[in-house]
Design a protein around this ligand. Sequence first.
Ligand SMILES: *Cc1c(COP(=O)(O)O)cnc(C)c1O
Length: 374
Amino acid sequence: MSKVKIPVAAPLITGKELEYVKECINSGWISSQSNYVNEFESRFANFCQCEYGVTTNSGTTALHLALSTLNIGSYDEVIIPTFTMIATPNSVMYTGAKPVLVDSEVNHWNIDVNKIEKQITKKTKAIILVHTYGHPVDIDPILELAKDYNLYVIEDAAEAHGAEYKGKKIGSFGHISCFSFYANKIITTGEGGILVTKDKELAERAKWLRAHAFGKDGKHFHHEELGFGYRMSALQAAFGLGQLDSIENFVDSKRNNAKLYKDLLNNLSISNKIILQSEASWAKNVYWMFSILTTDSTPISRNQLMDNLASDGIETRTFFYPIHTQPTYSNLNKTHNFPISEYLSKSGINLPSGNNLTVKNIEYICDKINNYLK
Ligand SMILES: *Cc1c(COP(=O)(O)O)cnc(C)c1O
């Protein structure tokens, strides 16, 4: 029998993407100076219950632009979870500020709210929340802390388009929130990103910095601040409008897929051979990457399980390596312990979760897992 090959994440491009891109080409306006960009920005911002959207050429540059828009730079500190993708701390480093790491909580794998306050100093300017694998952070206590200490809150929502906290859309809580449209994210523009905000002045400043901070009052090539070349092209925005038509469907299908995974792996969860990704009562998890943890009772090691899946044509991923274990960040926070992040990193597996995943795929994957862990 031929081997099936199920990728860990692949996009689904079956809407009007091509039609919109053709229209865009025919319009002759393919740079960022196009209505496709404006329309994509306002529609995505609207989806996030925000007034303003500023597209960028990646999720990473959206984060860097957000920090720069808030004037965060040298001598400042920004609190982030150590359990995150490398772009989160990198965006802080690009500004000259220092990322300060906090461990995660064990239930939803997000920053541990109870461990943040100890890390706040006079230099702290902002907290970046990461909604890990699509599960929202418990935001209210963090907003309170931020208020008490006069800190900005930035949501890194690169993995959580459409997720909700207490019935409101993720992205609508931070002073600025950032999303990625990389090909494996919930919707894609190939490469790309956006920041959304409810604050008109922040949006205008972000737009200005995004495109070289050109001079105002007729002095176009006169620059009073360090700007960036972070624009998204109209071709990408046109493609993104096609994806945006389907965003509710993508989110629904991710949630349905997660439910099916949970049903089919329930026995292994009951016997504690694996731990399934959870959803808090106050959360709408969009399960960007449906994930499991191995335990002391798992009959084989995490790596062995991944190898077995690979030999049956099923691609998986390990979890993130925490930032404090990354060679590029070896000088940070050596004195702290991050036991939960290390535990998650050693135990976790992202299972196939792309928008093109089928019910048959999930049945096949769970059948294999049930077999290996019998
Ligand atoms: C994907 C991702 C990013 C970066 O997005 P790019 O578009 O790849 O630059 C940032 N933060 C998190 C948590 C991500 O998962």
